[in-house]
Design a protein around this ligand. Sequence first.
Ligand code: C2E
Ligand code: CA
Ligand code: CA
Ligand code: CA
Length: 279
Amino acid sequence: AKEKGKNQFQFFEWAMNHCQARRMNIEQALPAAIEEQAFHLVYQPMFNAEQGHLIGVETLVRWEHPVLGTISPCEFIPIAESTGHIIVLGEWILHKACKQMKEWHDAGLPRIPVAVNFSVIQFNQDLIVDMIIGALEQTGLDAKYLIAEMTESMAMQHNEAIIGKLHALKRLGVSISIDDFGTGYSSLCYLRRFPIDTLKIDKSFVQDVSGAGEDTAIVEAIIAMARSLKLRVLAEGVETEQQSERLCQLGCTDMQGYWHSRPLSIPQFEQTYLSAAYL
Ligand code: C2E
Ligand code: CA
Ligand code: CA
Ligand code: CA
């Protein structure tokens, strides 16, 4: 038994070292990857499921590492946040996304907005609003076609500076979405103080509305709350037809997820939404 305990300990130690080594690898590779633009963006359509039309596109960042393979943003974004690289990377992402959407509008795509994920770290920067204004000016995208997505976090709660920056963005015409809604530190008070346009219902709750009799209480509560605060509501992570239909019945018709479309590469997006058949 003692021997077994020792082996287990060695395994955990190995696993921990392995994780730390991977983290260090990623951390060390980040600056060069940013320099070499080793990242690319994919685009996931958002739909009004009732009318069946496109209402926007969310950009999601991808990193193809020559040795480590595809690294999920769930893994490298938190590392980029802790090292501060998220500032430069986030600016690059915003530029790319705005430029792409401007190009698609010019090519005849219906004037839908692009949603870009922001880290709260970016909003601690004094120059974040100027950076966003700069990206819009340099790419020629009108502010009304940009949605800033942010997850609720403790860091946002009583942060007057961040609230001020969000109001400045609102005045410019940028929309604000709260990502992963329901999983964070949401309080009703902050919902009133933040200039929010849309609540994105987290996919963990969407999974609960799969069929008749499934648990829909949280989703119903969020929809009711959004309605009373006059906010839009969008369900993310919709994977099945049943979920889509159930959400429509519950009054949430804006949605996003694998059922309607996976995140698409630029050529994939163009093949579908810039083709003669769609336009
Ligand atoms: P998120 O913003 O909540 O993005 C939604 C995630 O769910 C994406 O994962 C997307 O590919 C995935 N997804 C979409 N539809 C479905 C579905 O039907 N079922 C399931 N199970 N998943 C679905 P992804 O691309 O791996 O991104 C993970 C997270 O990484 C994002 O979560 C976001 O928090 C962060 N992230 C991604 N791109 C960026 C970025 O450009 N900047 C920042 N700051 N964070 C980003
Ligand atoms: Ca998001
Ligand atoms: Ca989300
Ligand atoms: Ca998320």
